[in-house]
Design a protein around this ligand. Structure first.
Ligand SMILES: [Zn+2]
Length: 251
């Protein structure tokens, strides 16, 4: 039976001379692997080779016991051409694709997460480089929330003391997991002291939209370390993002 959905291409592998094996994060069917026969041929029924982070309307067949479905139609609605010209934006797009792949399971839909990811890719396309990092951080918060992995940041993750601007010091711990107050920090060997501004952004993510570059860099570093801890290995695309952020801060 043919199914219709919207999907973000999150993984591509060339297969034979002319085809591709693709992973899509689709809105209503979740993550799904498909073969696109002939997609690399110039005159295929597809509009050409399908690139990572392309969003489009897809038609595919998939049987329950099958590992790979078959993509029969794909009409891209978002190619992200401007993203591909900008190094940081492009790496953020790859990072989103990797995160969607790592944080979701086959055929387990998360429509709200799909919408967040599609919106973030749109923002990468439209916004100047200095706006990319805040939007990336907001996407990471959304990803962690939608997949049930968010750190606790509205109070001390240990004693539940409510977060406020009057704490003497702020710590973040992966094992807590979340913000930890000064009274509780000795119990967490993996804690890191963080600045009050960094803590305020973790507590209220919307603050990243007006945060200084140094604070954004701190928050992003904490989040990538946290994500590394959740998935138990570093995301492949993270070092490049951290390096580009570092270069931007020192230039
Ligand atoms: Zn505490």
């Amino acid at each position: 039976m043919l199914k219709k959905d919207r999907g973000i291409c999150i993984r591509t592998t060339d297969y034979s001379e002319s085809s591709q094996i693709l992973t899509f994060f689709s809105r209503d069917n979740g993550k799904i692997g498909v073969i696109a026969k002939g997609s690399r041929r110039p005159k295929s029924s597809f509009t050409g080779t399908i690139e990572i982070c392309t969003i489009g309307d897809m038609v595919f067949s998939h049987r329950d016991n099958e590992k790979l479905g078959t993509l029969t139609e794909f009409n891209p609605t978002f190619l992200g051409l401007d993203i591909r010209k900008k190094l940081l934006a492009l790496n953020c797009a790859y990072f989103v694709a990797e995160m969607l792949n790592l944080f979701t399971k086959e055929l387990d839909p998360h429509p709200a997460l799909f919408d967040e990811a599609a919106l973030f890719l749109q923002k990468l396309q439209e916004n100047p480089p200095d706006k990319i990092l805040p939007f990336l951080i907001l996407f990471e918060f959304a990803l962690l929330e939608q997949t049930g992995s968010q750190p606790l940041c509205d109070s001390c993750a240990n004693c539940k003391r409510k977060f406020d601007a009057g704490w003497k010091q702020y710590f973040f711990s992966h094992s807590a997991p979340g913000l930890v107050c000064r009274d509780c920090e000795p119990a967490f060997v993996d804690k890191k002291i963080i600045t009050p501004d960094c803590a305020a952004c973790l507590n209220q993510p919307a603050k990243v939209l007006n945060a200084k570059p140094a604070v954004l860099g701190d928050v992003e570093k904490i989040l990538i370390e946290y994500i590394t801890n959740v998935i138990e290995r570093p995301p492949k695309t993270a070092p490049m993002i951290l390096e580009l952020i570092r270069q931007r801060r020192t230039s």
